[in-house]
Design a protein around this ligand. Structure first.
Ligand code: FMN
Length: 314
């Protein structure tokens, strides 16, 4: 048992990151059945669509799962009501502060875990009374901050007293062990789960991630202070061009989200946006979600056993 498995009622301290349009009930349930914490991404969903996703997940798993709220969404209050009515045990949050919703969620017995990009925000969240934080480095796929995981995780671990979940660049046992060494009590992975067999993405998306090299991703939106990381393609070039023409984050995000939806629904890997982390270069196969969870843990155990027991052995 670890702090995170006890807090969340799961077997392994592995969380599947929220992924707008990708992290569906089917994927989340498969992760939870594998002993991790599956997460349904509420980004882009209406209240009734989220309710349907939650009910589907409940049919597919008896284990805990979470819902991720992207807090800039205008229907967040409605989504919160659905989450409470459906008794979802855990909420992760991104793109803003959960302050306005925290009392209601906590009163309903729901654990709240925000994604944070730096120490200042991590401290603010801890002071609000959240249950843990997910510290995500800029290596990760999707919306990102500015700091790398290597420097972010230990600084946040030193700054707060609640459990830290490390995200950004983890796809194997070495990544898990590095996160533990840097102060984390658990890990969150996105890119490797984006191509799990239960993910809704198509074969061209899966192959694009599998073939990706270490330098295959690019950050778009940095100049308008809304950076996200995706595989380089024609669409990311167009988004970079759009960045030079507009500073309107709404306009930019509409184009970005349309691209993401296109990639998921049509498997168009040229005109669509494939959110992916730099760790795509390490990922060589598309596995069932439960296998991913279990391999992360088993490989981490092996890595730990193989570490030198003294610095003299280096
Ligand atoms: C396809 C994709 C979509 C994502 N969408 C979201 C999202 O909707 N909300 C969120 O909080 N994070 C989102 N993320 C970030 C992940 O939840 C996770 O923190 C990140 O992928 C971890 O880094 P990794 O990709 O190196 O594993 C997304 C990531 C990917 C790959």
């Amino acid at each position: 048992m670890t702090k995170i498995t006890t807090l969340l009622g799961i077997k392994y301290p592995v969380i599947q990151g929220a992924m707008q349009t990708v992290a569906t009930a089917n994927l989340a349930a498969a992760v939870s059945n594998g002993g991790g914490l599956g997460v349904i991404a509420a980004g882009g969903l209406s209240a009734s669509e989220l309710r349907a996703q939650i009910r589907q997940a409940k049919q597919l798993t008896s284990h805990p799962f979470a819902v991720n709220l992207m807090l800039m969404a205008t229907n967040t209050s409605e989504l919160v009501q659905v989450i409470i009515a459906e008794q979802v045990p855990v909420v992760t949050t991104g793109a803003g502060t959960p302050k306005a919703y925290l009392p209601t969620l906590k009163a309903a017995g729901i654990k709240v875990i925000p994604v944070v990009p730096n120490v200042t925000i991590a401290k603010k969240m801890a002071a609000l009374g959240v249950d843990a934080v997910i510290a995500e480095g800029m290596e990760g796929g999707g919306h990102i901050g500015e700091l790398t995981s290597q420097v972010l995780w230990p600084q946040i671990a030193d700054a707060i007293d609640i459990p830290l979940i490390a995200a950004g660049g983890i796809a194997d046992g070495r990544g898990v062990v590095s996160a533990l060494a840097l102060g984390a009590a658990g890990v969150q992975c996105g890119t490797i789960f984006s191509i799990a067999q239960e993910s809704p993405v198509g074969d061209r998306w899966r192959q694009a991630v599998i073939k990706a090299t270490d330098t295959a991703t690019v950050v778009v939106g940095r100049s308008i202070r809304d950076a996200s990381r995706a595989l380089k393609n024609q669409q990311t070039e167009q988004l970079q061009a759009l960045e030079t023409q507009t500073t309107d984050r709404i306009v930019f995000n509409q184009a970005l989200n349309q691209g993401l939806k296109l990639a998921v629904t049509t498997d168009d890997v040229t005109n669509g946006v494939i959110f992916s982390g730099q760790v795509a270069g390490l990922i060589n196969e598309a596995l069932p979600a439960a296998t991913i969870v279990q391999r992360l843990m088993a490989d981490a155990q092996t890595v730990l056993q193989q570490l030198p027991t003294s610095l003299e052995a280096l």
